[in-house]
Design a protein around this ligand. Structure first.
Ligand code: FES
Ligand code: FES
Length: 180
């Protein structure tokens, strides 16, 4: 069955059963593989995307009911979002698998709160699990991006190849594996 969705500002028609979780439509129908499958039951946050600016778990969100809303994925942040720059500056990702979900939850937070406290961050990020334990770097990067105190990525001493790799890692496509 055809469904029309607004994904990253583009109108996309997909052929999928209305009960299909958004995550599968994004990955298998639309080719946006930044959002990851971790648990499939809304417990890990790896699949986090935005619906009208709010973070949702796409693994448990059927596409029925999503017509007329704006869906944003990690790809929709464009690669130079302040959080993505902060992720590079703070070398946040380790394996990278959870990181697109982490960034999407963080993006929703700093869109509403430009000076999040540790408690604000913990509350906003509590549904995003990192098996590699990158939580301290995530917190530092969120504070940096929220405050606008990033400086430039170049100032952090990163050659471009590293920047590209780190952004890719933050989207789950690392040089050590695609994370697909
Ligand atoms: S895969 Fe969706 S919350 Fe874990
Ligand atoms: S960086 Fe490996 S699970 Fe978070």
């Amino acid at each position: 069955m055809a469904a029309t969705l607004d994904i990253n500002g583009k109108t996309v028609t997909v052929n999928a059963d209305p009960a299909t979780p958004l995550l599968w439509v994004l990955r298998d129908e639309v080719g946006l593989t930044g959002a990851k499958f971790g648990c499939g039951v809304a417990q890990c946050g790896a699949c986090t995307v935005h619906v009208d600016g709010q973070p949702i778990r796409s693994c448990v969100t059927p596409i029925e009911g999503l017509s007329g809303v704006k869906i944003t994925t990690i790809e929709g942040l464009g690669g130079a979002h302040p959080l993505q720059q902060a992720w590079v500056k703070h070398d946040v990702p380790q394996c990278g698998y959870c990181q697109s979900g982490q960034i999407m939850s963080a993006a929703a937070l700093i869109a509403q709160n430009t000076a999040p406290s540790d408690e604000d961050i913990d509350n906003a990020m509590s549904g995003n699990i990192c098996r590699c334990g990158t939580y301290q770097r995530i917190r530092a990067a969120i504070k940096d991006a929220a405050s606008g105190g990033l400086g430039t990525v170049a100032a952090a001493g990163k050659p471009h190849a590293d920047i590209d790799e780190a952004i890719a890692a933050a989207s789950g496509a690392t040089a050590r594996g695609t994370g697909r």
